[in-house]
Design a protein around this ligand. Structure first.
Ligand code: MEV
Length: 314
């Protein structure tokens, strides 16, 4: 065993397919390296957890804390190494649809195995993270674990080996944080309830889920042909379905409209919704900067610009 173990993970952005991915539809996501989490673990005289999160966002994120505890208990049961000090440093806002709960589990598991000086396969890592994510998310599709643990964009289907996927499109994505915690767990549960009650509802739910899956396939095609407007169209339609599934909220709607008014080609929420983050697509970096300004004016607490495409991504 070493004296200290380190582990790292990225945040993630879901470009298309959130919620539908829970029901077996495809989704496209990428590790968002503008936000990261690092975990350091060392032997200690008592068990201690020190967390430093983006703007104190871990406070009042009880399911993330509970999932960290569950993960550490599992690791300690399998490898009883005595009391440890875990230090977590995160620039990923907690509960904002950026994969913070999966990323913290990835970083801790990596740090723990680094401390043990033991190799950790991707399959083993994902199994630990999925267990922790069941606490944080209730019914995770696995996309957050897959995206936050890797270095490449992915085309993901639940239960299937996921494939790296080049975001081969010359465009820019603005990511904006509403500053509102959006509990993915609750949003996923509410969609599940609507699916269960489908026959009682005036508006059937499953056709929307399937349409979201189809839009993801269309987005994949648009990306492979560098058709930015077509990709934007799929994002705009996806947002209308996500809104009908009740996972958007007022500020997300305001920011999405503000982005389009400021010249974005497409915009939608990303991740679990009900708060958290939205994304907007532009052709150029300059246009993305104009969109960022409009979003900040309309209530976004933070914005980022991510170049898509094979050259800007790496
Ligand atoms: C959360 O980042 C994405 C959801 O589709 C849930 C999941 O896939 O586990 C809302």
């Amino acid at each position: 065993m070493k004296n200290i173990g380190y582990g790292k993970a990225n945040g993630k952005i879901i470009l298309m397919g959130e919620h539908a991915v829970v029901y077996g539809e495809p989704a496209i996501a990428f590790p968002f390296s503008a936000t990261t989490i690092t975990a350091t673990i060392r032997p200690s005289d008592s068990f201690r957890l020190h967390c430093s999160y983006y703007k104190g966002s871990l406070e009042k994120a009880p399911f993330t804390l509970k999932s960290i505890k569950t993960l550490v208990q599992q690791l300690e049961k399998e490898y009883p190494i005595g009391p440890i000090l875990i230090e977590i440093d995160s620039t990923i806002p907690a509960e904002r649809g950026m994969g913070s709960s999966a990323a913290v589990a990835v970083a801790i598991t990596r740090a723990f195995f680094d401390l043990l000086d033991k190799p950790l396969s991707q399959e083993e890592l994902l199994a630990y993270v999925e267990h922790a994510e069941q606490i944080a998310h209730g019914n995770p599709s696995g996309i957050d674990a897959a995206a936050t643990s890797g270095n490449n964009p992915i085309y993901f289907r639940r239960g299937q080996p996921f494939t790296p996927f080049d975001l081969n499109v010359e465009a820019f994505l603005v990511v904006a944080d509403t500053g509102i915690k959006g509990q993915t767990r609750t949003a996923v549960k509410d969609v599940a309830y609507a699916v269960e009650m489908e026959h009682e509802l005036v508006e059937p739910v499953m056709p929307r889920i399937h349409r979201l899956g189809q839009l993801t396939r269309e987005a994949k095609e648009a990306i492979s042909q560098n058709q930015v407007q077509k990709l934007a169209d799929t994002m705009n339609e996806a947002q209308t379905h996500l809104k009908e599934l009740t996972v958007s909220n007022d500020l997300l709607d305001t920011l999405i409209h503000a982005a389009i008014d400021a010249g974005a080609l497409g915009a939608k929420l990303t991740g679990g919704g009900r708060g958290g983050c939205m994304i907007a697509l532009t052709n150029t970096k300059e246009e993305a900067q104009v969109v960022c300004k409009a979003l900040e004016k309309n209530g976004a607490v933070a914005t980022w610009i991510q170049g898509l495409g094979v050259h800007t991504y790496a």
